[in-house]
Design a protein around this ligand. Structure first.
Ligand code: PEP
Length: 252
């Protein structure tokens, strides 16, 4: 299976900064990509991405992604963006259940599952984030937490669960510079793989990617693990050379 490297720009960027960053990424990408690369950029810049991709051929090989989606199809939900709106910009991926949304916006497992459902209904792949906090890890609850978070999405989307991507993102590793060791990450990925296998005959198609301070120096050892099928990259995705090093580590 091809690895997936997905950038999560979070709430960063401007017209000028995006053009510089995407230009630098485009000029450093290999002519033939042997992994999938996605950029999950803030919604106001999707149109800019489409315009730039039309003029930079190597950018056209990148998939566009969103960072969130409404759990509703349309209507009186001020500030929300629907899955069909993502589809209008040909978004291929959408991150759902990022820990920053769970933590700062009180998103529950059920809400995350409903968001995944909206994405799937629109033909967009949800990148379902799961992960434990430091306190939960120290209490020995990692498996219980990630299984509970994924179970909600499986429960609501069972029939098409092989169409999702799962991102294991230990909360204590996000933006902190602390990375799960390759063995620690692999152990959780194996748990998630087993859970998906129990739910679907096609679980081997599901990419389980790792996120949490992945960078140019640690990517290769993480990506070498048997159940780590790619990375969700925050901070390092805002630096073209770091991001390109991760892409090349995934390109074997
Ligand atoms: C993320 O926010 O999804 C993430 C993995 O961030 P960072 O790489 O900065 O830890």
């Amino acid at each position: 299976m091809k690895k997936l490297i997905a950038a999560n720009w979070k709430m960063n960027g401007s017209l000028a900064a995006n053009e510089a960053l995407l230009g630098a990424i485009a000029s450093g990408l290999p002519a033939e990509l042997t992994c999938e690369v996605a950029v999950c950029i803030p919604a106001p810049y999707w149109a800019q991405f489409r315009l730039l991709a039309a003029s930079m051929p190597s950018l056209a090989s990148l998939a566009l992604g969103a960072q969130d989606v409404s759990s509703h199809a349309s209507g009186a939900f001020t500030g929300e963006v629907s899955a069909t709106m993502l589809k209008d910009f040909a978004c291929r991926y959408v991150i759902v259940g990022h820990s920053e949304r769970r933590q700062y916006h009180g998103e529950s497992d059920a809400l995350v599952a409903a968001k995944a459902q909206q994405a799937l209904a629109a033909g967009i792949t949800p990148v379902v984030c799961v992960g434990e906090t430091l306190a939960e890890r120290e209490a020995g609850k990692t498996t219980e937490i990630v299984k509970r978070q994924l179970a909600a999405v499986i429960h609501a989307n069972g029939h098409c669960i092989s169409e999702i991507v799962v991102a294991y993102e230990p909360v204590w590793a996000i933006g902190t510079g602390k990375t799960a060791s390759p063995q620690e990450a692999q152990a959780v990925h194996a748990v998630l793989r087993a859970q998906l296998t129990a739910a679907s005959a096609h679980a081997d198609r599901v990419k389980i990617i790792y996120g949490g301070s992945m960078n140019g120096s640690n990517a290769a050892s993480l990506l070498a693990q048997p159940d780590i099928d790619g990375g969700l990259i925050g901070g390092a995705s805002l630096k073209a050379t770091e991001f390109l090093t991760i892409v090349s580590a995934a390109s074997i």
